[in-house]
Design a protein around this ligand. Structure first.
Ligand SMILES: [Zn+2]
Length: 388
């Protein structure tokens, strides 16, 4: 534990031990007799990096004080420890042995980081730190993050993975319009795989069994990286379930019908957003007292009207926009859909008036809920999915 932080050493040791035991159980064997968790404490930080026998974590030094942030820290512990097997040993062919002089291209980060992101929260649930509602909220974040990025209709999880060298860690003002995160999308695919296997094997198998078999075959026995189609073949052999649709979806922008999977185990995904709100589809930031456009959503009303990143927003519908003067919110809440309003901007020292046609917000707010009229069988399978 590096740096200043307030934590209960005994409680922390006990909770991390619970996570370690659960993951050792999932994978069936552990190549390490010694593993070191190093946590760095900062004013603002969250993240981790996996190694063969250790991990370096970074967290806010006050994370331990609040249940929500503490559980997020435990999910980070679960995530990085999972990598001990999943990527450091069981890995796509391109990811090792590394040629550190070259970029190492793989479409498989949706499997490696996506599955790990799915399991980090699931393990926190299985260990009893999350109750069911907290877990379902955590899973819904992946869906909302993906569906609220216009890029989800353009980029697949596999393509996001392949482009990570040039895109993921170098975001710009247009990234949300053209890309997604293979962490979130991969977690959605992992959830679909886990649930489909549980539903179609009557609860006898799940994604754990696929991972354990893959670790045995590709790492322990053959000591090599895998190709995605080899993993699919093995997964179908181990479970007897056809999983091709999900592996194919990872390489496509076609959306899976996630409710089909959730329904099979007694859950449903519902969009609870209020789509009556009007929205321009922009995000702004105040710099030196002026309001600048930071992002413009693709296909939003602002996009179609020609508003652009970097434009200074001066007035809307005749009202001066000033930081915190609420004019922006007032106009959106009192106008009607289809109304065309003048937007005064400054761009490169020239003032322009653009006409923007107001539309309703497309922002999603998915919740994953229990199906009220689920059958006893659906409930039984749902309990297998999320039980402790
Ligand atoms: Zn990771």
């Amino acid at each position: 534990m590096v740096g200043v932080a307030e934590y209960d050493r005994e409680q922390l040791t006990q909770d991390i031990t619970t996570i370690v035991k659960e993951e050792n159980r999932i994978w069936g064997s552990n190549p390490n007799s010694y593993y070191l968790f190093v946590t760095h404490h900062h004013q603002n930080a969250y993240g981790g990096l996996e190694h063969l026998n250790s991990t370096i974590l970074a967290t806010n030094r006050f994370a331990y004080a609040q249940p929500t942030t503490y559980k997020n820290y435990l999910a980070l512990v679960a995530h990085e420890y999972f990598h001990l097997w999943h990527v450091k040993r069981l890995r796509p062919k391109a990811l090792g042995p590394f040629d550190y002089t070259q970029e190492n291209y793989t479409t498989g980060l949706w499997v490696i980081e996506g599955f790990t992101s799915y399991y980090d929260n699931l393990i926190v649930r299985r260990c009893g730190f999350f109750d069911e509602d907290e877990y379902l909220q955590a899973l819904a974040i992946d869906f909302n993050t993906v569906y609220n990025r216009p890029g989800h209709t353009l980029q697949s999880a596999a393509a996001a993975s392949f482009d990570t060298w040039i895109k993921h860690y170098r975001p710009d003002e247009n990234s949300h319009n053209v890309s997604i995160s293979y962490y979130n999308k991969g977690a959605m695919h992992a959830a679909a795989l886990d649930i489909k296997i549980i539903a179609e094997t009557n609860g006898k198998k799940r994604l754990d069994d696929v991972l354990r078999a893959a670790y045995q075959k590709f790492y322990l026995i053959e000591n090599r990286g895998f190709e995605e189609d080899e993993l699919l073949t093995l997964a179908e052999e181990v479970t007897g379930v056809s999983l091709k649709e999900i592996f194919e979806a990872a390489h496509s922008t076609e959306e899976l019908d996630y409710n089909r999977y959730f329904n099979a185990v007694g859950y449903q995904m519902v969009d609870t957003a209020n789509h009556k709100h009007l929205s321009l589809g922009i995000k702004t930031e105040v710099t030196n007292g002026i309001t600048l456009i930071k992002t413009v959503d693709r296909n939003s009303s602002a996009w179609d009207a020609g508003l652009n990143v970097g434009d200074e927003l001066i007035a809307i519908k005749g009202y001066r926009i000033e930081p915190n003067n609420k004019a922006y919110d007032y106009i959106l809440s009192t106008s009607v859909e289809g109304e065309k309003i003048p937007v005064l901007i400054a761009r490169d020292g020239l003032v322009h008036t653009l006409e923007v046609e107001l539309r309703k917000s497309q922002k999603k707010s998915f919740e994953i809920q229990r199906l009220i009229n689920a059958s006893a069988e659906q409930r039984r399978l749902g309990n297998i999915w999320l039980s402790l």
